[in-house]
Design a binder for this molecule. Structure first.
Ligand code: AMP
Length: 316
């Protein structure tokens, strides 16, 4: 399928690359990494990155201005985005040919070509794999953002999705000239206000006997700590640092009163819970939407049930 994708890239003069809303380093890394690879190998082509410039991530890369006109007769590639409603932005559908490249469970099969590898740690890993397998040259600029994407989605090679192939691909990227140590430091540091918010999370976390944990962040809390919804990405992993915590939910109240639910788990699969509550994602990292405090309680109960089952099973 990589050859089919390459043939399409060769066939089009304008290529527009999208990724998901509320981007993370892998969304931007895969999107801009692919853009840099195409630009490097086919300098005559127009390659544009579409989407909102997330202020906390503009240090990785900035998006391009893309007009409606640009989409006419263009090849559109969407990276790292499981389902069409999450594509940033919706004009992705107005191009001539659509390709999906992703590593999330393929619940929404879209695109004229759909390449999904759920064994990949990140879409940045897939994009690098694509270049290595099709003989396209990487560049320093591509390697920088792709490496960063892999570091982001693997939690610096910590999460179980990190395979020997991930490390091989990261090693190839490290052959290029970019300041990987500075990027790692940037990824591992946070503003002082986030440190304060971490303190709040530790203070307010509710944990049951089986390691099911939850915490609620209201709009008032976000205001108090002067953090945006997007900046809560910096504290999603925090409950998991506690040894007795197994699976957790962070409920973030939105301006319209509903809750964004950020679900994480060390080993027990939790994305089925996300799917039941207007969401989805990876087995151990997913997101959902809740429309009341009762639904928040229901989601927490579902996490508790899963961990209670686990305990029963392992004691059998
Ligand atoms: P987040 O907590 O937003 O970092 O999301 C973790 C993972 O869940 C990401 O891989 C997202 O793609 C996925 N995810 C988050 N929210 C949703 C949603 N509403 N629908 C489908 N997948 C989601």
């Amino acid at each position: 399928m990589f050859q089919d994708i390459l043939a399409k890239i060769k066939a089009y003069d304008t290529i527009i690359i999208h990724r998901h809303m509320r981007p993370d380093p892998d969304a931007i890394g895969s999107q801009v990494g692919l853009k840099e690879i195409i630009k490097h190998n086919f300098p005559e082509k127009r390659v544009l990155a579409a989407g909102f410039d997330e202020p906390t991530l503009t240090w990785i890369a900035q998006m391009d201005q893309v007009t409606d006109e640009d989409f006419k007769g263009a090849l559109v590639i969407v990276t790292d985005t499981a389902n069409t409603p999450r594509i940033d932005d919706e004009r992705y559908a107005t191009g001539d040919f659509l390709i999906k490249m992703d590593h999330h469970p393929n619940d929404d099969v879209y695109g004229d070509i759909c390449y999904v590898d759920t064994t990949a740690s990140s879409t940045s890993e897939i994009v690098t794999d694509f270049a290595l397998n099709t003989g396209l040259a990487l560049s320093d600029a591509a390697a920088r953002v792709l490496y960063n994407g892999i570091v982001g989605d693997t939690g610096r090679f910590l999460y179980p999705a990190t395979t020997s192939k991930t490390l091989m691909i990261a090693s190839k990227l490290r052959e290029y000239d970019f300041d990987f140590a500075a990027m790692a430091r940037k990824m591992d540091s946070f503003p002082y206000k986030i440190a304060k918010l971490q303190g709040f999370i530790f203070d307010n976390l509710e944990v049951d006997d089986n390691g099911a944990a939850r915490v609620l962040l209201t709009q008032a809390d976000l205001k108090h700590f002067e953090v945006t919804d997007a900046e809560t990405a910096a504290i999603v992993g925090v409950p998991g640092k506690i040894d007795i915590v197994e699976s957790w939910a962070i409920f973030v109240e939105q301006t319209d009163g509903h809750y964004r639910v950020r679900l994480r788990s060390k080993s027990k699969v939790i994305n089925e819970i996300a799917k039941r509550h207007d969401g989805g994602g990876h087995p151990l990292a997913s997101g959902a939407n809740s429309y009341s405090l009762e639904e928040n309680n229901q989601i927490y109960q579902e996490i508790k049930n899963i961990l209670a089952d686990k305990k029963t099973n392992s004691s059998n």
